[in-house]
Write a protein that binds this ligand. Structure first.
Ligand code: HEC
Length: 256
């Protein structure tokens, strides 16, 4: 482009008097610096894309996404967990002044301030400097946000009950359960149903009792003595004969 000499300018010196159509030069005018879009460039793009695609395919085959059982909105014992990138917001809601009666603070006010500040940042911090050290406020707040996010994410992972999470999401094979049987009635009467569910599917921290792999004797023992830490002892209140029936009922719940 010619600038200055030999050009006529209108009032604004950045606009030449004669308008030239804005046609880009042909790539052949930049030898060695460019290449044809078709097929050279596209072929390279495609190759890189294919490598990533195959990589992801291998990854999904080697590590399938961990599926859980079908969501049950009536199961209030289920503790949901957001994806990793929302864990910091999730953790925030566990603190005293950000949860319960103060839910609004944790759910709206604190995140709102943080994200609102991000939106306003270009208007608040209008200094001409680009070096981080010359912009202490912007840099400081960014580091603070970064530290808070990392800390909260870390805390939520460290304090989560991963064992219970694995139990509650377990996929349990469906079994035909005879709800008119004596075993099921004993299961109901002794309150096992409150924790282990109406189809013995488990729930909350209580594991499913289908396919437990336990023997009759072991189940009878647990029904009376509980199972530490989460199942209390003394739940079963019937006779020995009834205990035998209950244990037999549970031991025979097999999915195949
Ligand atoms: C208060 C809730 C609760 C009640 C009521 C309850 N359980 Fe449990 N049960 C649990 C929990 C929680 C566990 C897991 C204990 C652990 O491993 O920490 C469990 C574990 C078990 C296990 C072992 C399962 C396994 O795969 O290891 C059996 C069997 C069992 N319960 C049977 C019963 C029977 C029979 C009754 C009724 C008499 C009953 N439970 C009542 C909460 C309960």
């Amino acid at each position: 482009m010619h600038r200055g000499k030999g050009m006529k300018f209108v009032g604004d010196s950045r606009i030449p008097a004669e308008r030239k159509p804005n046609i880009p030069k042909d790539y052949s005018e930049y030898p060695g610096k460019t290449e044809a879009f078709w097929p050279n460039f596209l072929l390279k793009e495609w190759l890189v894309g294919a490598v990533f695609l195959i990589g992801y395919l291998c990854l999904t085959v080697a590590h399938p996404s961990p599926l859980e059982r079908i969501a049950d909105p009536t199961d209030t014992g289920y503790i949901p967990l957001p994806d990793w990138y929302f864990l910091f917001l999730y953790q925030l809601l566990k603190y005293t002044y950000a949860s319960g009666p103060y839910n609004v603070i944790g759910a709206f006010i604190i995140p709102g301030l943080a994200f609102g500040a991000l939106l306003l940042a270009p208007f608040i911090d209008r200094g001409p400097h680009r070096r981080p050290t010359k912009r202490p406020f912007a840099t400081g707040f960014m580091l603070l946000a970064l530290a808070a996010t990392i800390f909260l994410t870390w805390e939520s992972v460290a304090t989560h009950d991963w064992e219970a999470a694995e139990q509650q999401g377990k996929i349990v094979a469906e079994v035909e359960i005879d709800k008119a049987s004596e075993g099921y009635k004993l299961y109901q009467e002794n309150g096992c149903i409150n924790c282990h569910g109406d189809t013995l599917q488990g729930g909350g921290a209580a594991p499913p009792l289908v396919d437990s792999g336990l023997s009759k004797e072991e189940i009878a023992e647990i029904a009376v003595n509980g199972k530490p830490p989460a199942m209390p002892p003394g739940l079963f209140k019937g006779s020995d004969e009834e205990l035998d029936k209950l244990a037999d009922f549970i031991a025979n719940l097999k999915s195949e």
